[in-house]
Design a protein around this ligand. Structure first.
Ligand SMILES: [Fe+2]
Length: 502
């Protein structure tokens, strides 16, 4: 029955497409029409039953709905289908597809068919139900399209991890670089402000073959940071006060486009209401994840959001009620960390959690140093409740770092966890590279590398967490070499990180 229905669907789709497509109407036309699967495929948020399968269909003309078939198989040749189904995409959601397929644990392959075309094939790995003994996890963020190519994504695809944790800045909202400014390629259009702007920006980013390869390699857990909306926005406060009246509509548009282009189990956002994206995930009983939203609920950055100043902070830094997470999310984090029975408790986080102050001066008010009282509360709960094996994975800051998290004094307090900060996939460094030796001397810092782009490849077992820092030799070269610059390890039960190699 399904076979017949699928064939009928494909025929109907192909006819509709041919009727609308000028090249197909011309007999003997030599140009091959473009596949509607120009954004590739993706999967996300696996649990022990299944995973979300994602794609976007680009029709050649405005159509309200397109019927799409999805197929899932144990082998990349699709000799036998394990699961399949049909899905109707609509223009309301930019013809994006979110399907939950539940084939059970293991490695699976999936593809889509629509408008007479077949999509590329994606691989996905579904979490074991229990007793997992390993997880290979790539943590990455910040892929400014103009600033570099995605050799790091090519390397992620080649590594074939089990999971990618995306920590934010999937797109950047800014306009195309000025003529003459350094850029390996250019954004199309001006600064994204409307739903169609954000959709077009996602389409441009997702046209990159290396990014498509990384998505096709395994499932992703995707969080956002600020640039999915606007640089350093805080709640409903835009960077520019002049935009205060229009910013809520802009944020709604950005959240909508984020949902459309993310392989997530979340329901789509509803305009003018909170969109709760902080959530949990798990890899069997080996690792539990709390994925944080550090942007939607935060109080505006204090002290004018100045950067790299050694002046003492203003009094507003310690105002009661200052928050990065909001009280509900803070409570959610503390409860989920305390209740987790997994060996490793992972926090997917945007901004640097380790103390990087200098004699009380805050170098970056956008990071957790700008929300010190909330951080102290979280660290105190981890210590008081003896929550062990906490690993914080952080993006945002475009540098690679490893930090020892301690309660109280950052150099001598009791260790309560470890933070691995992954550098950007392609976005430019924000801190001068000659400050690396100074950064490494900060009490909380175990390692820092400022000169390269890349990501971190984590290997997790019940006994040990290992973090390999992968760096791109030349981000302006699409075929650049990618290598490991340093490897760090945490032995289970120690809350303490050490350099293994590098
Ligand atoms: Fe970024």
């Amino acid at each position: 029955m399904l076979q017949v229905t699928r064939r009928q669907l494909l025929q109907r789709g192909a006819l509709a497409w041919a009727a609308a497509h000028p090249l197909a109407r011309r007999a003997g036309a030599r140009r091959v029409p473009l596949s509607p699967f120009r954004a590739g495929v993706a999967s996300g948020e696996p649990d022990h039953l299944g995973v979300v399968l994602w794609t976007r269909v680009f029709p050649d003309s405005a159509v309200a709905a397109i019927e799409v078939v999805w197929e899932l198989s144990a082998d990349p040749g699709f000799t036998t289908l394990r699961r399949s189904g049909e899905f109707t995409t609509t223009a309301d959601h930019a013809h994006c597809i979110h399907v939950v397929a539940e084939p059970g644990p293991g490695e699976w392959y999936y593809r889509f068919r629509a408008l007479g075309f077949t999509s590329p094939v994606g691989r996905t790995v579904i979490a074991p139900a229990a007793g997992a003994t390993s997880l290979r996890l790539a943590a990455a963020s910040c892929q400014h399209f103009e600033s570099g190519y995605y050799a790091a994504h090519r390397d992620i695809a080649a590594q074939r991890p089990d999971l990618v944790l995306w920590l934010g800045d999937y797109i950047y909202e800014d306009a195309a670089a000025r003529q003459g400014a350094p850029a390996v390629r250019r954004h199309e259009g001006g600064e994204a402000r409307t739903l169609s702007d954000y959709r077009a920006r996602y389409a441009q980013y997702k046209s990159d073959p290396d990014l498509q390869a990384a998505h096709a390699a395994c499932a992703w857990l995707v969080m956002w940071d600020d640039h999915e909306v606007e640089d350093n926005y805080a709640g409903l406060t835009p960077t520019s006060p002049a935009e205060a009246a229009t910013f809520p509509a802009r944020r709604d548009a950005a959240y909508q486009a984020w949902w459309e282009h993310t392989p997530t189990r979340l329901a789509p956002p509803v305009a003018e209401t909170e969109y709760r994206v902080y959530r949990t995930a798990a890899w069997s009983d080996l690792a539990s994840f709390v994925l944080l939203d550090g942007r939607q609920y935060r109080t505006d950055q204090a002290c004018g959001d100045r950067a790299l100043s050694l002046d003492p902070p203003c009094a507003a830094l310690h105002e009661p009620g200052r928050t990065m997470l909001g009280s509900a999310q803070e409570q959610f984090l503390e409860e989920r960390l305390s209740a987790s029975t997994a060996r490793w408790r992972v926090i997917g986080n945007q901004t640097v959690m380790a103390d990087a102050t200098v004699n009380g001066s805050v170098l970056n008010f956008d990071q957790w140093d700008g929300y010190p009282d909330e951080r102290s509360r979280i660290f105190a709960i981890l210590a008081d409740r003896h929550v062990a094996n906490v690993v914080v994975l952080t993006g945002d800051i475009h540098l690679a770092a490893v930090a020892q998290l301690r309660q109280g004094d950052p150099g001598s307090g009791p260790p309560i966890g470890v933070e691995f900060v992954s550098t950007s996939i392609s976005s430019p460094g924000l801190v001068p590279t000659d400050l690396a030796p100074i950064l490494r001397r900060f009490p909380a810092m175990v390692g820092a590398e400022l000169a390269h782009r890349g990501y971190v490849l984590h290997t997790v077992t019940p006994q040990r967490w290992t973090a390999a820092y992968r760096i791109v030799a030349d981000v302006t070269d699409q075929s650049s070499a990618v290598s490991t610059v340093a490897t760090y390890a945490v032995e289970a039960g120690t809350n303490t990180v050490s350099l293994m190699d590098g």
